[in-house]
Design a protein around this ligand. Structure first.
Ligand SMILES: [Cu+2]
Length: 474
């Protein structure tokens, strides 16, 4: 999060490292200049310097691709290539992406724009780009074999169409898809409405990101491309918590979140302290009469959901996928549940054979957040991130929406931790704990037992701080 603050300081919020291109007329005949980005920070919104005006989006830990105007046509140049993506500090992945990064840059245009996209293939195999959700001529749809030949390594293809309807779309290859999407080839596309739209409200802050998943063994760099279900790295824009930037907003801002899912499973995206409304999908804006409030929105595979909300509660609000395994980083799943098992003696004995062996999970797994077990060189701790009150115990698809009344309009700098007003934080009760009175019920109500009651088998419950006794039968 510090790196982001530093970036904005350096960039001065004036367009940052990638401003719209000024090109000489002689250059317009060839390819648009290649713009590449290797930093994983959230770049400031790219304010349009040509074409129709619009309110630009902020791509979480990503950026928007600059374009050039060539006789009324917006021209972009995408290059599919191997990239190194920092997923979190200390954890890099070897992926395939566009223009230096996975996911590729966000493409932003305006409804009615004529768009020309040059796509250069620097991958070792054929590729193509499908413009997911767009209305376009069939031959521009990017399906290898069906609507075009694959783009051979070293070749450049041109796609050209009009951005006919406003909304949020995605782009990804339609060639060896299983491999190319597992390697991270994907990006977002936003078509802004050309004028006030009855179903698209104007918002103060507009964030977008893609859900993607990878299977990368701890200590290795390249995703396993054959994995179908058991992914271990759950990302927003190929970043995992604590590597995902917070979404910083000003109190009373109208906020839009555009989230696309190109993983192999669904993700219920959950907001704390507020409720949002699904105002659009990749099929277009949702009619007003079909909207309802939610705090979790399930985003199925291949879908985009656009959620709007009013940020009217100050604080550092958790914002995450509600599948608890998706807010963890790399871990093994074939681990028995050890809760309640006293295996301290076993640990000591194994340590004589394997010095690094750790007994895990006897009291639950929160201890993992403090664990000092050595990690392989290239991975992210399973549960990480420190907040003002200690370990957050999260990874993967987790971030925060930071709502502040003193955040300036257009300022996305991380304001630090929320300072809670006195008396508004959960606190410890330090009085006496009364012995709970046991409930006694005979069960002789509406459903009397048939026959003789079976003898009751007692199970001893092991509680923290009561080490004598142990489990019956052990
Ligand atoms: Cu999820």
């Amino acid at each position: 999060m510090n790196t982001r603050r530093e970036f904005f300081k350096r960039a001065g919020m004036a367009g940052g490292a990638v401003s719209a291109l000024a090109v000489g007329r002689h250059a317009l005949a060839g390819l648009p200049e290649l713009v590449s980005q290797s930093r994983p920070d959230t770049m400031p919104p790219l304010v349009p310097s040509s074409g129709r005006p619009y309110n630009p989006v902020v791509t979480l830990n990503g950026w928007t691709l600059p374009w050039r105007m060539n006789q009324g046509v917006k021209e972009f140049h995408l290059v599919a290539e191997p990239v190194v993506r920092e997923m979190a500090p200390g954890f890099k992945a070897h992926l395939w992406g566009y223009n230096g990064q996975s996911p590729g840059p966000t493409i932003e245009v305006v409804e009615g724009d004529r768009v020309r996209l040059f796509v250069t293939n620097k991958l070792p195999e054929v590729t193509s780009i499908h413009w997911h959700g767009q209305r376009l001529p069939n031959g521009m749809d990017g399906v290898t074999g069906l609507t075009q030949p694959g783009i051979e390594p070293g070749k450049t293809f041109v796609y050209e169409f009009e951005a006919r309807r406003p909304g949020t779309f995605m782009y990804h290859p339609h060639a060896d898809e299983m491999v190319q999407m597992a390697m991270g080839l994907m990006g977002m596309w936003v078509t802004h409405p050309k004028q006030r739209h009855p179903l698209i409200a104007e918002v103060d802050r507009d964030f977008c990101f893609l859900l993607s998943a990878f299977d990368i063994d701890p200590g290795s760099y390249t995703p396993k491309i054959m994995t179908m279900t058991d992914f271990n790295i759950w990302t927003w824009n190929s970043r995992v918590f604590p590597g995902i930037d917070p979404l910083v907003v000003r109190k009373m801002d109208k906020v839009r979140l555009r989230v696309g899912n190109l993983t192999m499973t669904n993700h219920p995206i959950h907001i704390h302290g507020h409720e949002f409304t699904v105002t659009g999908t990749d099929g277009g804006p949702v009619p007003l009469t079909a909207r309802w409030p939610e705090v979790s929105v399930d985003i199925a595979v291949g879908q985009m959901r656009q959620m709007d909300f009013l940020a009217d509660e100050e604080g550092d609000w958790a914002f995450h996928c509600h599948k608890s395994h998706h807010t963890m980083n790399a871990m093994g799943h074939n681990v028995p549940t050890m809760i309640g098992v006293d295996h301290r003696g076993v640990g000591k004995k194994i340590n004589q054979l394997i010095p690094d062996y750790m007994v895990m999970g006897e009291r639950g797994m929160h201890d993992m957040t403090e664990m000092e077990m050595p990690l392989p060189d290239n991975t992210a701790p399973m549960m990480a991130g420190r907040g003002p009150f200690g370990a957050v115990g999260m990874g993967g698809m987790f971030s925060m929406i930071k709502v502040r009344s003193d955040q300036k309009p257009g300022d996305y700098k991380d304001p630090g931790w929320f300072k809670h007003p006195p008396g508004t934080v959960a606190y410890e009760y330090t009085g006496q704990l009364a012995t709970p009175s046991r409930q006694s019920a005979t069960g002789e109500g509406a459903m009397p037992r048939a026959g003789a009651a079976a003898p009751i088998r007692e199970v001893q419950v092991r509680k923290p701080g009561r080490h004598s006794g142990g489990l019956s039968g052990h």
